[in-house]
Write a protein that binds this ligand. Structure first.
Ligand code: SF4
Length: 1017
């Protein structure tokens, strides 16, 4: 199909490539054509967009749906389309090349850039002598122009930027008469430089531009049912995510006469009386809008129209009813959020209450209410998003349609893009507009999830749903949706200018399974390839078990958490304390990221880590606040451990711990008991019960377990550090005494007296008690400390393990790493009845649960084991089964992995902590003054005789300090001088008021009595 050429000797051919609206002629080209014609310049139009749409099959026509915009943004897709539609495109480009117009103009609008560039390349080949000018919002930025030039193989001669109704006719005249155009405003010669030679802001008075008469268009191609019209340009708002202001400037509205004239022309000449306003907002000038409506009503123009509007207070019932009378059938409001905080951050001119009122009034005026929702604006947390959901539910009776539900795109040249760093926005190289993220968990995936939540509400509440922006990016047209590109309305939906119409390619759909649902076997990757993998820095306070040194449970835990996260697909880095790097291998491997305990922020910025995992709260507290999402592994109670280590400073430890919790985003507990214990700490730190983020990771050893080795001997084993809170001498003695009766049984002890290196607690001399190592029994075989590899070999050779200690608060809370390691090695364990794993061990017959105080029970059990009356092999199998079922990383690390995939900030501070820090600062400030006693003051009084004011202030501060430190308690409160003074003051002020009120009351009563008596008499 060839387009219909109208008029003679055209000077310019204007064209537009797909995808764009097909139900109305493209308004931009129509305005240009009208202006050119008015200036006597011959114009012809070749709307490749609609011509191609009419020629391709129905399936391909779905590509014009706005939901498939992402498809066009991929140059590979557009290349395949060019191949697929080769015949049609050859015909169209031949027509353009054969046209008599020496100049060809193309309009570039997202997402038609790639297609346009490739068409330009063909046209240039076919018509090398024609001058090609490109304009439109898709070439306003330098990088857009660079891409177009590159992709079109230098097919473009000029770019003309900005509103061109006035400049294009002048330019064509100059080119037509071969006059120089070097200094032409906003014209860029694409063969020399892509930067402006002379930039000029052109914002014409809209009444000076003729409205389109569509003489050059074949209206029938578009169905002839409705027309896009423009009553204004620019916007009164400056929403941070929107490009409208940058492109079109302040709000300018056409005169009432001009608007009405155009409507009359369309009705009378074109026979069209249904219009779609293409304005960013119809109510930027409510008074003029009122007059337009009045005029339409007065002239009895029988029209219908729809428009976009801002939910301003000025949208009164009167205005809305008039709009309805004037034919307005639908208003689309860019409500975007139900959170006032987010609305204000966006720069919206209304709050949620105003929005509610306007929606209600619109509904009551019998105008259909459509709204747009935008999720993921920086700062939008779960609470804000919930407010949006609540808003939709609360206002569902006023809302008819959800016109667009979109996820925020960071669009070039918007204030949001220019200040992305201030918002904490990270723009990835690949697909930055969509896949941007913020460290607090505002990721593409979360935004997609929120879109689904909004849609769920929409369907539940029975709204019509327009653009959902949830489309799979695929090389074929997808869902059979009904929306197609339509220059329907304002910049809220303008693909060139704002977010809403820029369709989001997505990889999450409602049918997508939750990421980690299936039961995974060892060796299977937990995550499938997407960008949810993070770079995680694990900060330990000990060496790692692969360093060739003896290991602790904490070290094993940290290393295996890292291994587990790596298995999930994350990149894991370790930062070890500098003083732990004692071997050459350690220095080689970890020197670069070694920490001093207080320099984690430097390491984070050095490594670009996205998440930091601290292996205890001491490390976390020393590095608050952390700018990236942080996790603390809080297995065990460090406060209790510190107590047994004689490092105890309960108050300071508690405050530090609360501070660490308040500043962390995610917490790992070792067990359910620990989780309950940590919940109360978290609440004290100010965390909201609804946003507690504590997961339980008992351990994360691999399901790959060591093979058991046959051993003729009955070998008991006890391995691990000799911590001061572990008291098991009695139990070991009892076992050893029983073992002594047997020829081939022994207890092997793998422990160490060496203090372990701790970067926070400088004095670690009390970290080992040395109790175990000092034990001497004939059946006790003491080994030199070995590394984890050697220990594992010994564990697999053993028959039974011991993890049996006197009860104490630390043991009650501990999750026994060594028991987990025993089970992993296939060792049945004799352990305490109060241990976290005792129930599981008992259920699986994976060991023996005894009361640690009941030594006789232990003796009997030991004898039974030695006598061979217990099937140890079966117990070994059970131990490994228990581990596989409950403790291997594939089953334990999921929640942690989920957080790492979608991390977020969850920080807070309790009033208590805030008060503490305030008082601490105050105390520090006054510390020097505290020491100033009365004599010193008198002495200073002499010295400061000349400066009584300074002395007075100092005295006051001393008094305040005194009050802080000597708060009266008990009865003293009653007699404390300052309090008595305070009450006395109150009495002096309060007494006259009291007397005054009493007199008033008495007078009132008296009058009332007198009045009653008089009435009676
Ligand atoms: S989003 Fe809408 S109201 Fe806000 S600046 Fe853009 S066009 Fe104006």
């Amino acid at each position: 199909m060839k387009w219909e050429q109208k008029g003679q000797s055209p000077d310019i051919l204007l064209s537009l490539c797909p995808p764009w609206g097909v139900l109305s002629p493209p308004l931009g080209l129509a305005y240009l054509a009208e202006s050119l014609s008015t200036h006597g310049i011959g114009v012809e139009i070749c709307d490749i967009n609609v011509l191609l749409y009419r020629q391709v099959d129905q399936t391909d026509q779905r590509l014009w749906q706005t939901t498939n915009d992402a498809f066009w943004r991929d140059s590979n897709n557009t290349s395949s389309l060019l191949n697929k539609w080769k015949t049609q495109i050859t015909l169209l480009t031949d027509s353009i090349a054969d046209s008599k117009s020496p100049i060809i103009g193309f309009s570039v609008i997202d997402p038609n850039e790639h297609f346009t560039a490739q068409i330009l390349r063909i046209v240039r080949k076919k018509a090398p002598s024609k001058t090609i000018i490109v304009g439109g919002p898709g070439c306003t930025d330098l990088y857009q122009r660079q891409e177009l030039v590159e992709e079109s193989a230098d097919a473009i001669d000029y770019f003309l930027i900005g509103e061109s109704e006035q400049s294009l006719p002048r330019l064509i005249s100059l080119l037509k008469h071969s006059k120089p155009v070097n200094n032409f405003p906003n014209l860029i010669n694409a063969h020399s430089t892509l930067a402006y030679n002379r930039e000029q802001r052109i914002r014409p008075n809209l009444d000076t531009i003729p409205f389109p008469k569509f003489n050059n268009f074949n209206i029938a191609l578009y169905g002839g049912m409705s027309l896009a019209v423009m009553w204004s340009r620019g916007c009164i708002s400056r929403c941070l995510y929107c490009k409208e202001r940058a492109l079109l400037g302040q709000y300018r509205m056409r005169s009432v006469e001009s608007i009405v004239d155009e409507l009359k022309y369309c009705i009378e000449t074109l026979g069209i009386n249904n219009f779609v306003l293409y304005d960013s907002t119809v109510n930027g000038n409510p008074k003029r809008l009122q007059r337009v409506c009045d005029e339409i009503i007065r002239q009895q123009l029988s029209i219908t129209w729809s428009a976009e509007a801002i939910a301003l207070k000025s949208m009164s019932s009167t205005l809305l009813k008039n709009m309805r009378k004037a034919g307005c059938h639908t208003l689309v409001y860019g409500i975007e959020s139900g959170s006032d905080k987010i609305l204000s951050s966006m720069g919206k001119l209304f709050d949620s209450i105003t929005a509610t009122k306007v929606l209600q009034r619109t509904h009551e005026a019998r105008i259909k209410v459509a709204i747009n929702i935008l999720v993921g604006f920086p700062g939008e947390n779960d609470f804000d998003f919930q407010q949006t959901i609540d808003f939709l539910v609360k206002n569902s009776r006023w809302i008819d349609r959800l016109d667009g539900v979109s996820s925020l795109q960071v669009v070039c040249n918007t204030p949001l893009e220019k200040h992305a760093a201030d918002f904490g926005i990270v723009l990835p190289e690949n697909d930055p507009h969509d896949k941007w993220k913020i460290a607090n968990g505002n990721t593409f995936e979360i935004r997609q999830k929120r879109l689904l939540d909004v849609l769920e509400v929409a369907y539940r509440e029975g709204f019509e749903v327009g653009r959902t922006f949830l489309t799979d990016v695929a090389p074929q047209p997808m869902k059979n949706r009904t929306q197609i590109h339509y220059p329907a309305s304002s910049a809220h939906n303008n693909p060139a200018t704002t977010v809403s119409q820029q369709v989001i390619p997505h990889t999450v759909s409602s049918s997508s399974p939750p990421p980690y649902e299936s039961h995974l076997k060892d060796g299977q990757e937990l995550n499938s390839g997407d960008d949810s993998f993070k770079k995680i820095l694990i900060v330990t306070c000990q060496s790692l078990p692969i360093s060739g040194k003896p290991t602790t449970g904490g070290s094993l835990r940290a290393y295996n958490l890292g291994q587990g996260l790596e298995k999930c697909g994350h990149q894991v880095l370790f930062s070890l304390p500098t003083q732990c790097l004692t071997t050459d291998i350690e220095k080689d491997q970890w020197q670069d990221l070694a920490h001093t305990g207080y320099n984690i922020k430097d390491i984070i910025s050095k490594t670009d880590a996205e998440i930091v995992l601290f292996c205890n709260w001491g490390l976390a507290a020393a590095n608050t606040p952390c700018e990236i999402p942080s996790i603390i592994d809080m297995n065990g109670s460090l406060i209790l451990e510190n107590y047994y280590r004689q490092h105890s400073q309960p108050f300071l430890d508690s405050i530090t711990k609360l501070n660490a919790l308040a500043n962390t985003d995610y917490i790992i507990a070792g067990s359910e008991t620990q989780k309950a214990y940590l919940t109360s700490w978290c609440l004290m730190s100010g965390k909201n019960p609804d946003s507690l983020t504590i997961c339980t990771v008992p351990f994360s050893l691999s399901a790959q377990m060591p093979d058991s080795q046959d051993n003729n001997e009955i070998q008991f084993i006890l391995a691990g550090y000799d911590w001061p809170w572990l008291k098991g001498t009695q139990q070991i003695r009892a076992v050893c005494e029983e073992l002594a009766h047997s020829q081939n049984s022994s207890l092997h002890l793998f422990t160490s007296t060496a203090p372990y290196s701790d970067s926070i607690n400088e004095d670690s001399s009390s970290d080992t008690s040395g109790n175990l190592y000092s034990l001497n029994f004939p059946a006790l075989v003491k080994h030199e400390p070995v590394d984890f590899y050697e220990l594992t070999k010994n564990l697999s050779r053993s028959s039974v393990a011991l993890d049996l200690w006197q009860k104490n608060p630390e043991r009650d809370l501990a999750f026994p790493s060594r028991t987990v390691t025993y089970l992993w090695s296939g060792l049945p364990v004799i352990t305490n009845s109060n241990g976290e794993l005792s129930k599981l061990i008992s259920d699986y017959n994976a060991g023996w649960i005894i009361d640690s105080e009941d030594i006789s029970q232990l003796r009997v059990l030991t004898r039974e084991i030695i006598n061979g009356s217990i099937d140890i092999a079966q117990y070994r199998q059970n131990a490994q089964k228990l581990f596989t079922d409950h403790l291997c990383r594939e089953n334990t690390i999921r929640n942690l992995n989920n957080f790492c995939c979608q991390p977020f900030l969850n920080r807070t501070i309790s009033p208590f902590l805030a008060k503490y820090y305030f008082m601490r600062d105050l105390s520090r400030r006054l510390q020097t003054l505290k020491r100033v006693d009365e004599n010193q003051l008198k002495y200073q009084e002499k010295l400061l005789y000349e400066n009584k004011k300074a002395l007075y202030d100092k005295k006051k501060e001393c008094e305040l300090m005194g009050m802080v430190h000597r708060r009266p308690k008990g009865l003293a409160v009653l007699f404390s001088l300052p309090l008595i003074q305070k009450r006395f003051h109150r009495l002096i002020i309060g007494t006259p008021v009291l007397i005054y009120l009493s007199v008033l009351t008495l007078i009132g009563h008296t009058l009332h009595i007198l009045w009653t008596r008089r009435n009676r008499s």
